[in-house]
Design a protein around this ligand. Structure first.
Ligand code: NAD
Ligand code: UD1
Length: 339
């Protein structure tokens, strides 16, 4: 049987490109809309090369209703996976209007286009950031949510909009995926994470130190109440995350209303553990020094993954060693990213 066509917003980005590959490999036809504000179309050419399949690409801004409507008119969309949005926490504090416009308004436009086209299935990229600063680890999906910055708040607002939609019209099928910390790359080294400017996140920073683009890593605090004092996070290989989207799509076929899942490994690793794993797997020293805590950071974040395991029949396969090896392989093969 022909699989439904999947519209992927933000499909040229980091998580999106890996998910497009998993979708094509699973036999789904794919249409990408991406305005390339934080990515390059080259990622999609490489996805096509890796899968030996074609996808449709439209350089469209999801905030442009007319352009987006046209895409829904040109293709018979079965479901939407919605990655498009801005994601830098610090920048969101400086530019709240830009963040709410792009993330919240952009989602509204998308949902209106979906309603008009009769498309009722959406999988949304939420974040573990919605568990806020006070919850105890491991985070469970039914824990209270909160936000401390405009980025996190935009994710929370969108979650609520989608949940309200399911209450108003039960024909909607909404899946909220709360990602923990996606890292790594496709083992081919053809696609990976290509942040603009100096990376905010740990793994791309470590990779750029390893490749010589940055001098040393600052470890943000070693006085947290964690085993070695540094921050603990649930790093998840981006391919495991991508496969989680395919599983969520399959589960949505028989789903009624809304569902929320954590996508993580359920295991936490400290900053120092990640550095050591990187050094060991890749045979490279990562110079670092300890600096003060980064404002807004929490001591520990990791997922309770029981619900995703049970309801999505999904479990991560890849280890921290796989993550650091694949991240470095991508960086080494593409020292300047896709440029
Ligand atoms: P990314 O920036 O690599 O991908 C986002 C893509 O969306 C980019 O290709 C960008 O060009 C595109 N885009 C942005 N605004 C757009 C618009 N108005 N119209 C069309 N395209 C637009 O980010 P990512 O790491 O792949 O993250 C994907 C999603 O997952 C985001 O919503 C992000 O908030 C969420 N998320 C990411 C992480 C993470 O650590 N990477 C963690 C939790 C949640
Ligand atoms: C960041 C975001 C969060 C988002 C998540 C996944 C912030 C404040 N939070 O969280 O909203 O959901 O990414 O995209 O940006 N670290 C260093 N040195 C560095 C960089 C990071 O020591 O140069 C430490 C951090 O303190 C943390 C860990 O490494 O303990 C991971 O940091 P990072 O990759 O930025 O992810 P999060 O802090 O989880």
């Amino acid at each position: 049987m022909m699989k439904p066509l999947i519209l992927v917003t933000g499909g040229a980005g980091y998580v999106g490109s890996h998910t497009c590959l998993s979708l094509l490999e699973a036999g789904y036809p794919v249409v990408v809309v991406d305005n390339l504000s934080n990515s390059k179309a080259e990622s999609l050419r490489r996805v096509e090369k890796l899968s030996a399949k074609k996808l449709f690409f439209y350089p469209v801004d999801i905030c442009d209703p007319e352009a987006l409507k046209k895409v829904f008119m040109l293709h018979s969309v079965g479901a939407v996976i919605h990655f498009a949005g801005f994601k830098a926490v610090g920048e969101s504090v400086e530019k709240p209007l830009e963040y709410y416009h792009n993330n919240v308004y952009g989602t509204m436009v998308l949902l209106e286009c979906m309603r008009e086209a009769g498309v009722r299935t959406i999988i949304f990229s939420s974040s573990a950031t919605v568990y806020g600063m006070t919850e105890k680890v491991p985070f469970r999906e039914d824990a209270p949510t909160s936000a401390t910055n405009p980025y996190g708040r935009s994710k929370l607002f969108i979650e609520h909009i989608l949940l309200d939609l399911c209450v108003a019209d039960p024909s909607w099928r909404v899946t909220l995926l709360r990602y923990f910390n996606p890292v790594g790359a496709h083992p081919s080294g053809e696609i990976g994470e290509d942040p603009r400017g100096i990376p905010n996140n740990l793994m791309p920073f470590v990779c750029q130190v390893a490749v010589g683009r940055l001098k040393e890593l600052q470890v943000f605090g070693n006085d947290y109440p964690t085993p070695d004092g540094t921050g603990v996070r649930d790093y998840i290989h981006v391919l495991d995350l991508a496969e989680g989207h395919v599983k969520a799509l399959e589960a949505a076929e028989t789903q009624q209303g809304a569902a929320i899942y954590n996508l993580g490994t359920g295991r936490g690793h400290s900053v120092l553990e990640l550095i050591r794993a990187f050094e060991k797997a890749n045979g490279i020293k990562i110079p670092y020094s300890i600096s003060g805590r980064r404002p807004g950071d929490i001591a520990a974040s990791y997922a309770d993954v029981q619900k995703a395991e049970k309801c999505l029949n999904w479990k991560t396969q890849r280890t921290l060693e796989d993550m650091v090896r694949d991240a470095w392989n991508w960086q080494k093969k593409n020292p300047e990213g896709y440029a």
